[in-house]
Design a protein around this ligand. Structure first.
Ligand SMILES: NC(=O)c1ccc[n+]([C@@H]2O[C@H](COP(=O)([O-])OP(=O)(O)OC[C@H]3O[C@@H](n4cnc5c(N)ncnc54)[C@H](O)[C@@H]3O)[C@@H](O)[C@H]2O)c1
Length: 270
């Protein structure tokens, strides 16, 4: 009987592939036989990641990108099709919160800079819409493909201080449902769009909010732990199984869902 989780030879595009979560997922997928296109802004970091994957016998290539630029993403797509011939999966992992769009503990809403609000909204939301539009095209032409967006706990219930990030992630959950319907109706059931909503994982975009320079948790970090039934932050590798499931035929009847991976954070009010 067919192994529903077989992803050998799948060509996977990961935006934000140089980030903490993206690179962990890239390494896992390559170790399971996928060919990985790592998209990021930092060439040196990206090159190190693909070199590591190659050393371990995997297939990966780095492409410099900016998910806010349709022209650059279109060029990435052409380059990936030239190198790998097809695109099976898109992981929209570029994004995160931004310092300038974060309201300080002693500030209030009047201190929010609308320009920074717009930047964080654009990076997360428009930075998901643009790659989706570009990479969906070859999937439609092939007649098969799967897109996985990165939502957040902030999408379900807003969080203090990060209203731009939360609005963007709520938009991503909504966009995921919209695209699932759009692709199923217009291009058939073999094109699927889902999202993953990670709980709290210490990465570059949230390190300063959740940890102090000495590595101890901030008040906010401690609040997260208290709110999480597992009593700890997530480990990046704990996202890999859900990603694997959502991109493989194991989830052939699953579209438009937001898969929560959070140690129970979201089921618990107080
Ligand atoms: N870490 C968490 O707890 C958590 C929780 C929920 C959702 N997420 C989401 O997971 C995704 C991955 O983030 P992470 O936590 O690994 O953070 P990270 O900061 O380590 O990685 C984010 C990546 O996005 C890239 N990026 C930023 N702007 C870009 C642009 N214009 N074009 C291309 N790439 C760009 C960065 O260079 C970086 O590689 C993000 O969408 C984030 O919002 C993270």
């Amino acid at each position: 009987m067919k192994n529903l989780f077989d992803i050998k030879g799948y060509v996977v595009v990961i935006t934000g592939g140089t980030g903490v979560l993206g690179r962990c997922i890239a390494k896992y997928l390559a170790a399971n036989g996928a060919k990985v296109a790592v998209l990021g802004r930092k060439e040196d970091v990206g090159q190190r990641i693909v070199d590591d994957i190659s050393k371990d016998g995997g297939v990966a290539k780095f492409y410099k990108t900016d998910v806010m630029s349709t022209d650059i993403v279109k060029q990435n797509c052409a380059d990936i099709l030239r190198d790998f011939g097809r695109i099976d999966t898109l992981l929209n992992a570029a994004g995160g919160n931004m310092k300038g769009a974060t309201i300080g503990p002693d500030q209030n809403f009047f201190d929010l800079d609308p320009a920074q609000f717009q930047t964080v909204l654009n990076l997360n939301l428009t930075g998901t819409v643009i790659p989706t539009q570009v990479f969906l095209k070859p999937m439609v032409e092939q007649g098969k493909g799967s897109i996985i967006n990165f939502s957040s706990m902030a999408a379900f219930r807003p969080m203090t201080r990060v209203c731009g990030y939360a609005a963007a992630k709520a938009g991503i959950s909504n966009f995921t449902a919209y695209m699932a319907h759009e692709t199923a109706k217009k291009f058939g059931e073999t094109i699927r769009v889902n999202a993953i909503a990670p709980g709290f994982f210490i990465t570059e975009q949230n390190r300063a909010l959740l940890t102090n320079p000495d590595g101890s948790y901030t008040q906010r970090g401690q609040d997260v732990i208290r709110q999480t039934p597992f009593g700890r932050m997530g480990r990046p590798e704990e996202l890999c199984g859900t990603i694997h499931y959502l991109m493989s035929d194991a989830s052939a009847f699953v579209t438009g869902t937001v898969a929560v991976v959070d140690g129970g954070f979201n089921i618990y009010a107080m």
